[in-house]
Design a protein around this ligand. Structure first.
Ligand code: FAD
Ligand code: SIN
Length: 524
């Protein structure tokens, strides 16, 4: 089957849906998602969305905090642009029906998280993402120019490569004409031709054993663009959230929002010692790279497999009112957060690198844009500041919509794209081959490419990964495709990029910490 659309949006998180809404006046928009429309990482966002709302906060303070968290590796012009344009996008989210909490005087109740020098995080209790996605889905579903197709798995983007041309990383003017899309219900691979494509496929936490990310976060967009010879950058900067709930039976891990530390909760070790002041003057609210590394060290010192978050001194009514989701979840496991400490452990949370884009969200492949966690825009540098991700996603989705909306009339469908070639695919792959390889990759990444790295660990990781890569490529070529096999292949590509870029960075910097290089910053 061949379908045509003006704008093909891959992903239905905040980036994909906000882009769809903003571009819809320029033509027909098709949103594809491999899961149900709201099953996105966005849905699980807790803390909120950072923005300058009122004084004493200012754009310059938000820029300075973001740059400092990113260890100076962010692109200051991009940071300033996002921080300045963010509030208008947030007003837009409010206009389409998103609710954010207000205080009794009717002003927005602003939270604070690690690295922020001011209260500037808009939130809806501890379920901000769910509220944003609710409002976006409603708005998108009622727009006549937008169709949403669920459970459609994008396998590859289409470029000149599929027309038989040899493409290398140095080929200028690679162009994107659409995507090949697997419908798991029929196991057919359909061709979607499009004038413009946007990759909004989110993150890649599933490359690790322990992650806060939902199962959809398999780095598909990054892997597809890498295979299509687009530029990918900064993949070595994988953010581990310091406080996921320690519950080894649960995967993905449940997040205990940093906003709880902004509300007064403190990290303690098993001896009930507040250990963070030993590592950073900002204590429990230091940036995530610092806190995650400190926890890792404390766990190594004590030999225990978690540390604790203490909220027992906080007013219990306020605690339950502001964090009802966390209260309920912990209660279901027999932990009363008003009386008991919460066991927490770091977990892979966010990938700061991704598909390189310019200030309009254009990737290095023509007619292909990227926004949200899959993109590398220059915003986060070596470490993303809390709640800057949703902000970056809306600003770049809007910019990409404006840019692509103004260009779309210049593009034609590429009618000569061939159908997907299924020749030689004879196998229905055995699921065990996929699941076992996935576990192996996740083990390699967690054990050798985690919070603390070394040259030896990275070398070993690459060697082990190479074997799984070759086995999986072989399986892929022979098999009738399934989403799980494609995801495994994507995770392997993403793991390779993280390891290679980590090997290339011969220093410790932000989230990339190697025992072989002295840290650029520990105590501030
Ligand atoms: P997503 O919301 O992940 O959406 C990706 C979409 O792409 C999904 O629809 C998925 O199905 C689709 N997709 C992927 N691959 C394919 C494919 N091959 N074919 C078709 N569809 C595909 N950030 C903040 O700023 N503030 C917070 O408070 C916050 N809290 C967080 C809490 C948790 C638990 C986690 C995990 C992250 C949090 N983050 C937070 C980070 C933030 O939520 C994400 O970075 C952001 O939501 C990503 O949005 P996105 O639109 O890029 O991708
Ligand atoms: C959190 O609520 O702690 C997560 C915020 C984020 O990742 O930005």
């Amino acid at each position: 089957m061949v379908r045509k659309t003006d704008f093909l949006v891959i992903g239905s998180g905040i980036a994909g849906l906000y882009y769809a809404l903003k571009v819809a006046d320029h033509g027909k928009v098709t949103v594809l998602t491999k899961a149900a429309v709201n099953e996105t990482t966005t849905k699980y966002a807790q803390g909120g969305i950072a923005a300058v709302v009122r004084s004493p906060d200012s754009v310059e303070k938000h820029v300075a905090d973001t740059m400092k968290c990113g260890n100076g590796l962010g692109d200051e012009e991009i940071v300033r642009m996002v921080v300045s344009e963010g509030p208008a996008c947030i007003n837009d989210l409010i206009d389409i029906g998103t609710k954010f909490d207000k205080d009794p005087t009717g002003k927005y109740d602003l939270g604070r998280e690690g690295g922020h020098s001011e209260y500037r995080v808009l939130h809806y209790k501890d379920s901000t993402g769910e509220e944003i996605i609710r409002a976006l889905v409603k708005a998108v579903q009622s727009h006549p120019n937008i169709e949403i197709l669920e459970k459609q798995f994008v396998v590859e983007i289409i470029t000149q490569h599929h027309l038989g041309k040899k493409i290398t990383r140095n080929t200028p003017d690679i162009e994107c004409y659409g995507a090949y899309v697997l419908n798991p219900a029929t196991r057919q691979i359909n061709t979607y031709l499009s004038k413009v494509v946007i990759m909004a496929t989110g993150g890649a936490g599933m490359a690790y054993q322990t992650t806060t990310n939902p199962g959809i976060a398999t780095g598909d967009g990054i892997a597809m663009v890498y295979r299509a010879k687009g530029v990918i950058e900064n993949m070595e900067f994988v953010q581990f959230h310091p406080t996921s709930l320690y519950n080894p039976m649960e995967n993905p891990s449940f997040l205990i929002t940093e906003a709880l530390r902004g509300f007064g909760a403190v990290l303690k070790n098993s001896g009930e010692e507040e250990f963070m002041n030993k590592y950073d003057d900002r204590g429990s609210l230091a940036p995530r790279d610092v806190v995650a590394r400190a926890i890792d060290n404390e766990m190594k010192l004590s030999g225990e497999d978690h540390v604790c978050l203490d909220c027992r001194h906080i007013d219990s009514t306020a605690l339950k009112r502001s964090f009802p989701n966390i209260y309920r979840k912990c209660r279901s496991l027999g932990i009363d957060i008003t009386k008991d400490m919460i066991p927490v452990v770091p977990a892979a949370h966010y990938i700061c690198g991704g598909i390189k884009t310019d200030e309009h969200g254009c990737s290095t492949i023509k007619r292909l844009y990227a926004a949200g966690e899959t993109a590398y825009t220059g915003m986060h540098g070596a470490n993303r500041m809390a709640s800057n991700s949703l902000l970056e996603a809306v600003v770049f989705a809007k910019r990409a919509a404006e840019h692509s909306g103004s260009k779309v009339q210049n593009y034609k469908y590429c009618e000569s794209v061939p159908l997907w070639d299924t020749e030689g695919t004879v196998l229905n792959e055995e699921m065990v081959l996929v699941t076992q390889s996935l576990k192996e990759v996740q083990g390699i990444m967690s054990n050798y490419v985690g919070i603390v790295r070394s040259n030896l660990r990275l070398k070993r990781a690459l060697k082990r990964l190479n074997l799984i890569y070759r086995e999986t490529e072989d399986l892929y070529k022979k098999s009738i495709l399934s989403p799980k096999l494609c995801e495994l292949r994507n995770i392997i590509n993403v793991a390779y990029l993280i390891i290679k870029m980590a090997m290339d960075r011969k220093e410790s910097q932000g989230l990339h910490y190697s025992l072989d290089y002295p840290a650029k910053r520990e105590k501030t």
